[in-house]
Every structure is written in structure tokens, then in C-alpha cells.
Write a protein that binds this ligand. Sequence first.
Ligand code: COA
Length: 166
Amino acid sequence: MVSDKEDNRKVKSINDSLTECMRIVKHEDINGGSRLFGGRLMQWMDEAAGICAMRHSGSVITTAAIDNLQFKKGAYIGDIILLSAKITYVGRTSMEVRVDVFMEEMKTGIRYALNRAYFTEVCIDEDGKPLPVQYTIEPETVAEKAEWEGALKRIEMRKARRTEGY
Ligand SMILES: CC(C)(COP(=O)(O)OP(=O)(O)OC[C@H]1O[C@@H](n2cnc3c(N)ncnc32)[C@H](O)[C@@H]1OP(=O)(O)O)[C@@H](O)C(=O)NCCC(=O)NCCS
């Protein structure tokens, strides 16, 4: 659904760009210890975040930053992996996308959290220069409002890291 908002940008529902992808861990995805490669999981997460940001903005995007990436649990061959990507904040040219990763147990359907990260995706033109995001979001639920507030703090932390180099 699209409607008007105070900052003159159209509002898109967060659910319109909610992106869920399933994967199965195959031989080519594992390392010497028979576990899913961290790099492979990061690739899948980057794809999910990028698809979510493209669906929200209707624009070409690039990944500017990834943070809070923590590996909580390993995954193994044959495991079913669910990636869920959701817009949490929209800036002038950038969007923050939260990606949650779960392993879904085949027999029970129970989902175990493996990983979570926040991606900063920037709309770009054909020369790779940042472009304004055409649509914003209007957080409605308590969780969505908390994510927006959290994003404002994370943006300050990213700025501090960039300027102070830590
Ligand atoms: C992302 C990129 C387009 C930003 O270009 P830039 O000239 O630095 O643009 P700006 O300084 O105007 O920043 C544009 C937006 O990106 C955000 N941004 C830029 N660098 C960022 C970083 N390191 N972390 C978080 N946000 C960042 C800015 O806060 C700004 O957001 P806003 O407009 O919503 O306030 C540019 O740095 C780039 O092309 N990087 C390489 C991206 C890439 O190749 N990714 C694939 C993985 S290798």
C-alpha cells in the first residue's frame, strides 16, 4: 500500500518489501569442519537485504555497511535456512534493513536463531552516485517504532566509527 506522508515522500508499508528466502545447506556451502561457511551465509544475507531494499525503493542499490553480525549457532549439511529481511529505517538516500537468519528443524518446524545483522543499503544512479529514496515507511507497531529509534542510535554509532576510525 502507498500513501502520502509529511516529508512529501510516499509511504510504503514495511510488509510490502518484507523478503523471506529459504536455502538448504549443500556440499559447496560447507567448510572443512562440515559447517556452513560464514562467508556463504553473509552472501545470502546480503542478497536478502538487497532484494528487500530494491523492493522498497524501486531503485538500484548498493550495500554501504553491515553491522552487528554475530554467529550464534552453526548450521550443517541438509539444514533448512530461512532468511527474513525487513526495512527498519529510511534516510535520505539510505535504508537500514534488518536480516534475521533461522535454521528450521524439519521434523518439528521449530526455528532456531542463527544470526542477525543490520545492512545499510544506498540507492544509486547509473554512475554509482547516491539518489534519494523515493518512499519512506511509517512504523506502526511497538517493535517497528523501537527499530526506528534503534536505527537512529546505530546511525550515530556508524558515523562515530567512520570519523574516529574504530
Ligand atoms: C555507498 C556509497 C554509494 C555512498 O557514497 P558516498 O559518496 O559516501 O555518499 P554519501 O556520503 O552522500 O552517503 C550516502 C548515504 O549513505 C550513507 N553511508 C555512506 N557510507 C556509509 C557507511 N560506511 N556506513 C553507513 N552508512 C553510510 C550515508 O549516511 C548517507 O545516508 P543518508 O543519505 O540516508 O543520510 C559509496 O560509498 C560506495 O559506492 N561504496 C561501495 C559500495 C559497494 O561497492 N558495495 C558492495 C560491497 S563491496
